[in-house]
Ligand binder design. Structure first.
Ligand code: 5GP
Ligand code: MN
Length: 339
């Protein structure tokens, strides 16, 4: 953070703080928010943690989960009050206000000072303070870095460490993606020293499946995974009827897109699924230089990182797939390169 001293002076006094994560938060968004909130509480700030939507049940074990305000009809007023009454608003794991849906306008209008902590490409600069680094593998890492830069490494206890470790573990695909560097291991090591237990956290996140989720995976691998060898592309399309027949819950589709990328020679994998409201969500994964951030940004109202991005579409499932397939020839040169 370039203006760290100014930030430091601002938080000397106990403040009313709102910590907001992106819509449908993953372990990095929720873990970094809860880790940061636990730290800020230690400094005597009054902290609300806000999620714009529900999230998968395999994240509910995270310490502090019970205090998360999930934005829905019966909490809308409380959330609005927390945001409008805040003196400081932290925005975690997103850098475009569109990613928090209705809450974006509330944050924009609020008089609070804003702090962006994020690692996505091409951020909107709406915050007075930015802890932003697109080379960081996770937002959790950046939260740790901020705490460290504030001279508070000693305040990191097992609760904070577990929350942050969960974000690092998942955003690096368990230390396997190409964002896994020396710094990731250094910070993860420090968090383990502070009390995060890798085996426990990995079990809680990855071995917490419902039978329905595993059956959905079986159905997808058996019947829904398609390959377009000429474009080194794999894709999966899931309708809301299929998801509902399989008894799927929020988060059950997470990770499916990675199966496409595990196929030999595939360099682009896409998951396209219909949400309950009929809009279509896309998840993209790629290898090496092929930028799914560009693809999602140009064609699907989205973005993210070079090798992991998301987007949406409003033309239905069949048209969305057609649009994707029609776009692929534009990328033929990149997609037919050697692996
Ligand atoms: P996922 O495919 O797991 O939902 O998301 C992959 C990456 O892209 C994550 O870093 C996520 O935060 C980001 N992402 C997902 N959906 C969107 C979107 O609609 N817009 C933008 N800008 N980023 C997204
Ligand atoms: Mn992240």
């Amino acid at each position: 953070m370039v203006n760290l001293q100014e930030f430091k002076s601002f938080i000397v006094k106990p403040r009313k703080v709102a910590v907001i994560m992106h819509h449908k938060p993953d372990a990095d968004a929720l873990g970094s928010s809860l880790g940061l909130a636990a730290y800020l509480k230690k400094l005597n700030h009054q902290v609300s943690v806000i999620s714009p939507s529900d999230y998968p049940s395999f994240l509910e074990w995270l310490p502090g989960n019970n205090d998360v305000l999930v934005y829905q009809n019966n909490t809308a007023e409380k959330v609005a009050r927390s945001i409008s009454g805040a003196e400081l608003i932290f925005c975690l794991d997103f850098s475009s206000l569109r990613r928090i849906h209705e809450l974006g306008a509330m944050v924009k209008e609020s008089k609070a000072k804003k702090v962006l902590i994020d690692h996505h490409l091409e951020p909107e600069h709406f915050a007075e303070f930015e802890q932003w680094d697109d080379t960081a593998a996770s937002t959790a890492e950046l939260v740790y870095q901020l705490i460290y830069d504030l001279g508070h490494d000693d305040l990191v206890d097992a609760t904070i460490a577990e929350c942050l470790y969960a974000g690092i573990m998942t955003d690096t695909g368990s230390f396997r993606h190409n964002n896994t560097n020396h710094k990731v291991f250094l910070i993860a090591g420090k968090l383990v020293a502070h009390g995060a237990n890798p085996h426990k956290i990995s079990k809680l996140i990855y071995d917490n499946n419902t039978l329905e989720r595993l059956r959905l995976t079986g159905f997808v691998l058996g019947q829904k995974l398609q390959v377009l060898p000429e474009y080194k592309t794999a894709y999966i399309v899931l309708s809301k009827e299929e998801l509902s027949t399989m008894g799927s819950q929020t988060g059950d589709t997470e990770g499916l897109v990675n199966f496409g990328l595990s196929i030999k020679d595939i360099i682009l994998s896409v998951l396209i699924y219909e949400r309950k409201d009929g809009t279509v969500k896309l998840s993209f994964r790629s290898l090496d230089d092929f930028s799914v951030n560009d693809l999602a940004r140009k064609h699907f109202e989205g973005g993210g990182h070079r090798n992991a991005a998301g987007g949406q579409s409003h033309v239905g499932l069949a048209e969305t797939l057609k649009k994707l397939i029609d776009i692929l020839p534009l990328y033929k040169d990149q997609l037919s390169k050697k692996n």
